[in-house]
Design a protein around this ligand. Structure first.
Ligand code: MN
Ligand code: MN
Length: 277
């Protein structure tokens, strides 16, 4: 992965850090995530090959674009949307490293301008469909309510969900969200086929806390790392972008969770590369 601040080549894959956790409702920490995930990505405890045999250390067109620099007096969400738009308008596929999950709304705003009929595959313990939480409509518990009410996605498919409540069930029905609650097993896998571009939004708390303790909200009964990787590998659809969010280094043990984030990053890069380049 080359570091660059320069113009990137058409058809490239870019990695952008979004060190932002102002909309976390419970604990701060995800703003520290991007550099920790980079460290684990390059850790010599592993290597830079994807499981399916792509050497990420040697491919061209893979760029680390650094982090968004948040400044006072500039609207944070507009800055995220503009930063993402600048990159994807160069015909580049972008993977963002959060940050709390609120960043997905401004990221999707930019993608929805570029891609018609955008599908979102959302991994999470939580539906994140609150109309507002603690008086904040941009809470990390709300991004998919904002996305769906603005009709930025044609289809929203959720996986790993295990905290559904009355309000969010109503919201899911109102917006036509395809919620696959984890209690119902994995029958949905056969239907995981998409027409048109697919964006993956990966909240690391979709995983069981045993696999990913470094998140703010420990919700037992979650997915295995293996399940998430298998879904990425077998997904029928063209991935055009992704985010990996909610990693909280303050809650991690021996970088276990940043290694998981880095592993999933490698597999998503490889999937985009195989599908598009
Ligand atoms: Mn989330
Ligand atoms: Mn979550």
């Amino acid at each position: 992965m080359k570091s660059t601040k320069k113009q990137i080549q058409k058809g490239s894959i870019g990695i952008l850090g979004i060190p932002f956790d102002q909309n976390s409702s419970f604990q701060k920490g995800p703003s520290l995530a991007p550099d920790r995930i980079r460290e684990s990505y390059f850790s010599t405890s592993s290597n830079l090959w994807s499981e399916k045999g792509l050497d990420l250390g040697s491919i061209k067109h893979l760029y680390d674009l650094g982090d968004i620099n948040f400044k006072e007096n500039i609207d944070d969400f507009n800055l995220i949307t503009d930063s993402v738009k600048n990159i994807i308008d160069q015909d580049c596929y972008l993977i963002c490293l959060g940050g709390d999950h609120s960043v997905t709304f401004p990221i999707i705003k930019a993608h929805a301008q570029k891609y018609r009929h955008l599908n979102i595959l959302h991994f999470d313990a939580h539906p994140d469909l609150y109309d507002s939480l603690d008086g904040n409509i941009h809470s990390h518990a709300c991004p998919f309510a904002r996305i769906m009410e603005k009709k930025l996605a044609a289809r929203l498919v959720q996986i790993g969900i295990r905290t559904m409540n009355g309000h969010q069930r109503e919201q899911a029905e109102k917006f036509g969200v395809e919620v696959n609650e984890i209690k119902n097993g994995d029958n949905f896998l056969n239907e995981l086929e998409f027409e048109g571009p697919v964006y993956i939004s990966l909240d690391l708390d979709c995983l069981d806390p045993a696999f990913a303790p470094g998140v703010s909200h420990h919700e037992p009964g979650g997915m295995t790392t293996r399940q998430v990787i298998d879904i990425i590998h077998h997904l029928k659809g063209k991935i055009i972008g992704a985010d990996i969010v909610e990693y909280n280094p303050d809650r991690d043990l021996h970088s276990m969770t940043s290694m998981v984030a880095a592993k999933l990053l490698k597999e998503i890069i490889a999937k985009i590369y195989e599908d598009t380049i």
